[in-house]
Design a protein around this ligand. Structure first.
Ligand code: MG
Length: 445
């Protein structure tokens, strides 16, 4: 398999003009059509970015010219593309979005007919077709047909509302960053019985209210608003609403790991998460905790393979296999609202999730040194400790020790550093594990 250049960790993403252009969209459309055998149907949607309509036209033209029908569903959250691809029995879905990146960026993400994102190997095949220009145009009598579907939004909204039971009158503040959740997310919560106050819920590709990355720095207004109006819960989406993070009734952004552990308790079966998720998962989950590579599509693949009941990354990207295999930030928020309306204050519920000393450290190094240092990392780490219970090398190297402490040494996918993440019930022990790992990395750079 050739190394991917076009596709990154979450589809194609880059700066408009230099990296993402209409020409690229046209040819990705033609490449996808070729991959599908120059027949079939593709669902096409986009977020609120200023550059979406041009990319939408370009990728659509590429698909039609290559014999594939297109169902346009317009400006929608990413999860609606996954849902529509499955419900409309299409052969693939396309979402034009750069998720949490700022306004000058855009991207293309592809979806399977079961609502799951394209896997890395599927993306590599598309990239090969694109790079070799293997794609073909069909004759005038075989070009694709264009359809527009307005109804699927309503069906999605109704199906989401049916997933939860929320006591009437729960006060929720929803901050959509002026992104793709703006129209639908507040509507869904109102239909589910919540009393909704909105922030940044007018679609606007300039993201005037806040940056679309839902972190504490960007959520100051939401945090203050929740407290000021005495709301039970705040919910913030990223730019395309496949993610969400909550703010509790005291105005605090919820710790990612604790929140994932809290929602995971809702399910009886096994839970899939990524190698960077903490010990609180193991202590909260009813079934087994399965850890895979970072990236939501990796979580989705393991959910299907292992028939798991739920999956999520600590970043707030959660997969609900009882609904759809596309991460859904609106359903994630609804489920949190259901828990709060049933069990009480979010701050109390999160306080019951165990929390231990953890350390995140990054060591800067060159791109070459990053590859070299990781080559023997498993051996170096396992020989440095004498109480290793489990080694997981699916993504970086993760050691679990006899006392349940764990450490993950992983190269950054996008920047030049090696990251050490670890957790232990004992702060001194955490510090000593960190020092050993830092020394190993520095000695081998
Ligand atoms: Mg996103």
């Amino acid at each position: 398999m050739v190394a991917k250049k076009l596709f990154g960790t979450s589809g194609i993403r880059g700066l408009i003009g230099s990296e993402v252009t209409c020409e690229l969209a046209l040819n990705v459309g033609k490449s996808l059509a070729y991959y599908l055998g120059n027949e079939g149907t593709v669902v096409l949607g986009y977020d609120t970015r200023t550059t979406n309509e041009m990319l939408d036209q370009a990728i659509c033209a590429g698909l039609l010219e290559s014999g594939v029908d297109v169902i346009k569903i317009g400006m929608v959250p990413t999860p609606l593309v996954g849902y529509a691809t499955e419900k409309l029995d299409a052969d693939a879905g396309i979402m034009l979005t750069a998720s949490h990146n700022p306004s000058p960026y855009n991207g293309i993400k592809l979806w399977n007919k079961n609502g799951m994102a394209y896997t890395s190997s599927q993306e590599a095949k598309i990239e090969e077709i694109y790079s070799n220009r293997d794609y073909v145009s069909v004759t005038w009598d075989k070009v694709g047909k264009l359809h527009v579907n307005e109804e699927i939004k309503g069906q999605y909204i109704d199906d989401l509302v049916d997933m939860v039971e929320i006591k009437e009158g729960l006060k929720v503040v929803i901050d959509c960053a002026s992104g793709a959740g703006s129209e639908i997310s507040p509507l869904v919560f109102r239909k589910a019985g919540c009393e909704v106050t909105t922030l940044n819920s007018q679609p606007d590709g300039f993201f005037p209210g806040r940056n679309p990355e839902p972190n504490e720095e960007n959520l100051q207004t939401l945090m203050k608003t929740v407290v000021a109006i005495g709301a039970d819960l705040g919910i913030a989406h990223d730019g395309d609403a496949d993610r969400m993070i909550t703010v509790d009734e005291k105005g605090n952004v919820s710790p990612f790991d604790s929140l994932l552990a809290l929602i995971s308790k809702e399910f009886d079966g096994d839970i899939v998460t990524t190698v960077d998720a903490g010990l609180c998962m193991d202590e909260s989950v009813n079934g087994k905790v399965l850890r895979t590579k970072v990236g939501d599509v990796n979580v989705a693949e393991v959910i299907i393979e292992e028939n798991a009941s739920f999956g999520g990354e600590p970043s707030g990207t959660w997969l609900h296999p009882d609904f759809c295999m596309c991460p859904d930030g609106i359903l994630s928020g609804l489920r949190m609202a259901e828990i709060v309306s049933r069990d009480g204050k979010l701050s109390d519920l999160l306080a019951q999730i165990p929390s231990y000393p953890n350390i995140r450290e990054k060591i800067t190094c060159s791109a070459e040194a990053k590859i070299k240092v990781m080559e023997n990392m498993e051996e170096l780490l396992t020989s440095a400790f004498d109480d290793v219970r489990e080694v997981n090398s699916i993504d970086g190297v993760r050691l679990t020790f006899e006392d349940d402490s764990w450490v993950l040494v992983r190269p950054s996918g996008t920047e030049d550093y090696v990251r050490i993440t670890l957790e232990s019930r004992d702060a001194e022990r955490a510090e000593s594990i960190k020092e050993t790992c830092v020394k190993i990395i520095n000695d081998n750079l």
